[in-house]
Design a protein around this ligand. Structure first.
Ligand SMILES: NC(=O)c1ccc[n+]([C@@H]2O[C@H](COP(=O)([O-])OP(=O)(O)OC[C@H]3O[C@@H](n4cnc5c(N)ncnc54)[C@H](OP(=O)(O)O)[C@@H]3O)[C@@H](O)[C@H]2O)c1
Length: 342
């Protein structure tokens, strides 16, 4: 067995957790990339709050780190949308480094950013590496639901209702969820013609594609979640006045040419006291089915899926390979290098 050599690309809230999980699973971290002056030049163990030195310094020149360290894979925890992620993923592929990312759009970007995805796919194939998006959606919103659909004789409708706490994540996420904005500013975003795809849309696209169905139409509505009394966001360290935005709910609906309808209501907001995560999927048809996972520790399960996917991504065929095309995620009791096919 050989060790997997990895680079952690983006040492924020998720990158710090992923760093610990990788080290505990026998992954050799050979580089760390971030950008803020408060992190660059420091030991990764200190920046990630591990309480031990890793002897890996955080650096800011991604091209130099990717080009010089011969990693097997980059674990990319930087941002959400392909427009921003393109250059990071292009750099990985160009340097012949596989990439696994938490970027929500990367879960299934073929329909929301077809040109950028095709360009990354072509480059990855040419360089012989794989790019995959994973995260909380992988098992809890795509593969568990797809597995349950496999027990149906007929599916008429798949309806998901999910929620997560913005304060479980870093500032990148809180900004994307418009936390602290006035409802008027939020309304302009929600009505904007060029707003980025919803995270729910990519989840449904993965479910539809994984079922071999074709998209007939797509609808989306968005509503703000508003503070009923003054709230506090620990991630942004701000007080949110009554009546201001604490996050929002997207409702996406995809109708397929073949008939089944897929809908997902997804809320990402700063939680009130006592509020908990929702992961609730209903499959209507013959028979009616349901998958419910309350109180998932999403912060951790996001990163366990990211890290446990590493061998699958290295083993996969070159290209932009989405999770519906990978083997089911498995528990990894042995060092991750033990799961490499070659
Ligand atoms: N799919 C999922 O289930 C899932 C779950 C959680 C999060 N996410 C996504 O994962 C991303 C990271 O989340 P998070 O909670 O870890 O956010 P975060 O704490 O804000 O971390 C983002 C990190 O990216 C780094 N970064 C930003 N731009 C960079 C650049 N140009 N070059 C190098 N590093 C750069 C930042 O570096 P500095 O700190 O040095 O500025 C920061 O450390 C977000 O987009 C989030 O939406 C996905």
């Amino acid at each position: 067995m050989r060790n997997i050599r990895a680079i952690i690309y983006g040492v924020g809230r998720m990158g710090a957790i992923a760093t610990r999980l990788m080290l505990e699973q026998g992954v050799e971290i050979v580089g760390a990339i971030s950008q803020s002056p408060s992190k660059v030049g420091r030991d990764l163990g200190d920046v990630a709050g591990l309480g031990v030195k890793t002897n890996v310094l955080v650096e800011s020149d991604a091209a130099a780190v990717l080009g010089a360290r011969a990693p097997d894979i980059a674990v990319v925890t930087v941002s959400s949308y392909l427009a921003e992620m393109y250059e990071h993923l292009r750099l990985c592929a160009d340097n012949r480094v596989n990439a696994v990312t938490l970027a929500e759009e990367a879960l299934y970007p073929w329909r929301t950013s077809p040109v950028l995805t095709a360009q990354l796919d072509a480059l990855a194939r040419e360089r012989g590496v794989t790019i995959t998006g994973t995260g909380q959606q992988d098992v809890y919103w795509v593969n568990l639901v797809a597995l349950m659909m496999g027990t149906a004789h007929r599916v008429d409708e798949v309806v998901g209702r999910v929620s997560w706490n913005v304060d479980d994540y870093g500032p990148e996420v809180a900004r994307d969820q418009h936390v602290g904005e006035s409802v008027e500013t939020f309304a302009r975003f929600a009505a904007g013609a060029d707003r980025p795809p919803t995270f729910g849309r990519n989840t449904l696209d993965a479910l539809v594609a994984g079922s071999g169905l074709r998209v007939a139409s797509i609808e989306n509505t968005t509503r703000a979640a508003v503070a009923e009394s003054e709230m506090y966001s620990s991630t942004l360290d701000i007080k949110i006045p009554t009546g201001h935005v604490v996050g929002f709910t997207d409702i996406d609906t995809i109708r397929t040419v073949e008939g089944p309808v897929f809908a997902l209501e997804m809320t990402g907001s700063v939680y009130k006291e006592g509020q908990g995560d929702i992961n609730d999927w209903e499959i209507h048809g013959e028979p009616d089915l349901r998958v419910v996972n309350p109180a998932v520790p999403t912060q951790v399960t996001t990163c366990t899926q990211l890290v446990n996917r590493i061998p699958d991504v290295i083993n996969a065929a070159p290209g932009f390979v989405t999770v519906d095309q990978l083997p089911p995620l498995r528990y990894r009791p042995f060092p991750l290098g033990a799961y490499l096919a070659r």
